[in-house]
Ligand binder design. Sequence first.
Ligand SMILES: Cc1cc2nc3c(=O)[nH]c(=O)nc-3n(C[C@H](O)[C@H](O)[C@H](O)COP(=O)(O)OP(=O)(O)OC[C@H]3O[C@@H](n4cnc5c(N)ncnc54)[C@H](O)[C@@H]3O)c2cc1C
Length: 301
Amino acid sequence: MEVFTLFGTDEHKEKYLKPLLDGTIRSAFAMTEPDVASSDATNIEMSMVRDGDDYVLNGRKWFASNAMHKNCRVLIVMGKTDPAAAPHRQQSMMVVPIDAPGVTVVRNLPVFGYHDREGHAEILFEDVRVPSKDVLKGEGEGFAISQARLGPGRIHHCMRAIGVSERALELLCRRAQSRVTFGKPVADNANIQDWIAEARIEIEMIRLLTLKTAYLMDTVGNKEARTEIAAIKVAGPNIALKIVDRAIQVHGGGGVTDDFPLAMAYAHLRTLRLADGPDEVHKRAIAKQELRKYRDLRPTS
Ligand SMILES: Cc1cc2nc3c(=O)[nH]c(=O)nc-3n(C[C@H](O)[C@H](O)[C@H](O)COP(=O)(O)OP(=O)(O)OC[C@H]3O[C@@H](n4cnc5c(N)ncnc54)[C@H](O)[C@@H]3O)c2cc1C
């Protein structure tokens, strides 16, 4: 929705943004490809070749979240329009109806054995024709759009991770109070209290960092807030995973079954260390910003 809001034409807004906001249709974003390391978006290989007033798309994408939803109508697809251009000007993004001729939704990828209802689709594009009016922002702008898009998406993930952390801590406390081993409630053991205290401290830490990030996004914009966006994208899922893991431990064998929501929560949270960029790529961005402050100390060759 952010992409249509920021870069869509009036026609895109009428045809897709309004029904997306009304909740009557869904969209999916197709950038990642099975055949190349997609955490570096310059690797993307889908070809988008100009032919008259159209572009012809060929390539294979995967992990297009939402694409299996019965109401998914439209894809935003990233590919290469000019492989000879500068590395960050080769890519473009196009609006493609999911039922366009040549688009095949191949399969729904399971995540740790779970199939999300909305799905993470593998999609094949074979000679898909896209009119030039459906190129977002213009040819060569794909990289810039992906940067604009991922800020809001990332902070939403973190907000959900905080919610899951709270739920897991509640379940942990309830279980630890109610189960008795060796003559006392599990909650009376010092290590369990340590886990509970650490969880509360860490939830408050990620909540405040998320609020700071949201404040900066609102006041100085996504670009200026990029270090905080990257930081919360790493911290949120990792802390939530640690808390859910400890809640599973306190639940014993039951914790890894589907009788409790913890195993599924763990599986979903684990994907957030990859979706919208792996931890290492966000840490790399943070480190670059920090090192930039001291670049005058680098030896000159
Ligand atoms: C549940 C889920 C939903 C997703 N939804 C979408 C979606 O809707 N649309 C979409 O286009 N994609 C989506 N993705 C894909 C996701 O964005 C990619 O998986 C991610 O960007 C990594 O790309 P890759 O899988 O090609 O890994 P690769 O690029 O092959 O990287 C593999 C690993 O290499 C390591 N690595 C990479 N760079 C560095 C570095 N500089 N330093 C150290 N280590 C490094 C990291 O550990 C990384 O995990 C989703 C993924 C998941 C799991």
